[in-house]
Every structure is written in C-alpha cells, then in structure tokens.
Design a protein around this ligand. Structure first.
Ligand SMILES: Nc1ncnc2c1ncn2[C@@H]1O[C@H](COP(=O)(O)OP(=O)(O)OP(=O)(O)O)[C@@H](O)[C@H]1O
Ligand SMILES: [Mg+2]
Length: 241
C-alpha cells in the first residue's frame, strides 16, 4: 500500500530523514519510535504529503506521490480521503469556529450531502465522547479535549490509513486507555495505523510492528513491536527508554 524508497528530507541544511526505506501493507499497525529530533514527525508529514522528499520515491496505492502528481485535484482529493493525520500539536490542526464545524470541514470539502455529514459528525462526537462540546470554539478547549476533536475530524473522513503523531501526549490516564481501545478497534476494523509515540505504558496490544529511528535520522530497526519493546538493551542504547 505504501512504499518509501531511498527517501531523504532536509529542512534548509538540516537533515531530518536519511535514506529511509519502508514498505507498509494494508491493515498493519505500526509504532514509530525514536528519540527527540530523530525524524518521526517529519516521516509522518511526508507520508501525508505535507512535505515532499528531496531524494527518493513515495508510492501510495501504486501512484507516485509528489508535488507534480498532487497538482491533479482528483488525485489530491483521493489521497487526502485515504490518508488521515492527527498532528502532534492540535493547535496546528484546528481552525474552525465550532467543534461541529471542525469535524464537518473535511466532509464538506468532499462534497457529501448534508444528511450524511450530520450523521458522520454526530457518530464521531459520540465515539470520542465530546458531544457536549459541539458548539464550543476549539481554541477554548483543554489540550486533551482538542486532541479528541482532532481525532474525531480525522475519523469522520473514514480514511484507510490513520497516522497519528504522539496522540497520547497530554492525555489523562482514562483518556489514554480510551485511545488505546480506539486504536485497537480501528485496526481490527481494517484501518492501517501508523503512530509516533514515546508512551509505551498505555499502548500494549496496539501495534504489530515498530520502526525505530536513530539520532542520525536513519531507520535502525524495523521489527515486530513485541520483540523491540522487550529488548531493553537496544532501547536504552538508542535513548528510547
Ligand atoms: N520546520 C523545521 N525547520 C527546520 N528544522 C526542523 C523543522 N522541523 C523539524 N526540524 C528538525 O528536523 C529534525 C527531525 O525533527 P522531527 O520533528 O521530525 O523529530 P521527532 O522525532 O518528531 O522529535 P520529537 O520526539 O521531539 O517529536 C530535528 O533535528 C528538528 O530540529
Ligand atoms: Mg515529533
């Protein structure tokens, strides 16, 4: 489904990803692990075509994703319908004046009928347990509430691939347990999950694979999640625990 071949990315003159090769199959659930600044967020931004690589190829569903191919609005819309992104910083994601509008925004862009939009928004408000916030301004919500709204706005689009950048950040223990169950449920229903995380306590049973980035912005390990998480020596050596 997703193939990255020899992908590198540089911000001005700062390397953030160095020759990354990854193949992701439909239905996988993958943790993206690594120390601060190793390139996890950059990797997710690249998967979401928010940034484009300076070297290498990104192929999604047999189509090469780059600035050129996404100039075709049909291709762009299809891509954004299939891949959803929950940002590390919710404030970068929320811009509408009510929670309801925020969750409906992408659906309006998709041109769905009003009835369908109302149903999807109401389902997502219920699923994330934020129904009572629907008339609130997202700006005035707490960090954890904003995160729920951001997740709801992505799920409303019903993407095939859900990418999340440290979704557990700033979430209380109950919220983390809820999010864990949600991710497991989404994966069981066939969604591909790709999630950057530092939080290993609450994610047991969520992932079947982990991709580990090093301080050198390279993938140093790509293996079963359980194998990596049990390898304390490795995790300590690479500043992961
Ligand atoms: N907009 C930017 N401009 C310049 N450099 C950037 C920018 N964003 C990230 N970087 C640099 O790119 C590298 C990778 O950053 P990235 O945000 O991908 O790391 P990360 O693994 O997500 O870290 P964290 O665990 O702190 O979220 C870092 O060296 C960072 O300083
Ligand atoms: Mg990050």
């Amino acid at each position: 489904m997703i193939r990255l071949e020899n992908i590198s990315f540089t911000y001005k003159n700062k390397i953030a990803l160095d020759n990354v090769n990854v193949h992701i199959k439909e239905g996988e659930s993958i943790a993206i692990i690594g120390p601060n600044g190793s390139g996890k967020s950059t990797f997710l931004k690249l998967l979401n075509a928010i940034i484009f690589s300076s070297h290498g190829k990104y192929i999604f569903d047999k189509i090469e994703i780059n600035e050129e191919t996404l100039k075709d609005t049909k291709c762009l819309k299809l891509f954004h319908k299939k891949v959803g992104f929950v940002f590390q910083n919710s404030d970068a994601q929320l811009f509408c004046s009510t929670v309801f509008e925020e969750i409906a925004f992408g659906l309006l862009q998709m041109g769905l009928p009003e009835e369908e939009i109302n149903k999807r928004v109401s389902d997502c408000l219920n699923l994330l347990n934020i129904d009572k916030l629907k008339e609130e301004h997202p700006y005035n919500l707490s960090g954890g509430e904003k995160k729920r709204v951001a997740i709801a706005s992505v799920l409303a689009m019903n993407p095939e691939v859900i990418t999340l950048d440290e979704p557990m950040n700033g979430i209380d223990p109950k919220g983390k347990r809820f999010l864990r169950e949600l991710l497991i449920g989404l994966n069981k229903s066939g969604k591909t999950i790709i999630c950057a995380t530092h939080d290993f306590e609450y994610i047991e049973g969520v992932f079947n694979r982990a991709i580990v980035f090093s301080d050198e912005h390279k993938i140093i390990r790509d293996d079963e999640y359980e194998k990596i998480i049990k390898d304390e020596e490795f995790l300590r050596k690479y500043n992961i625990i």
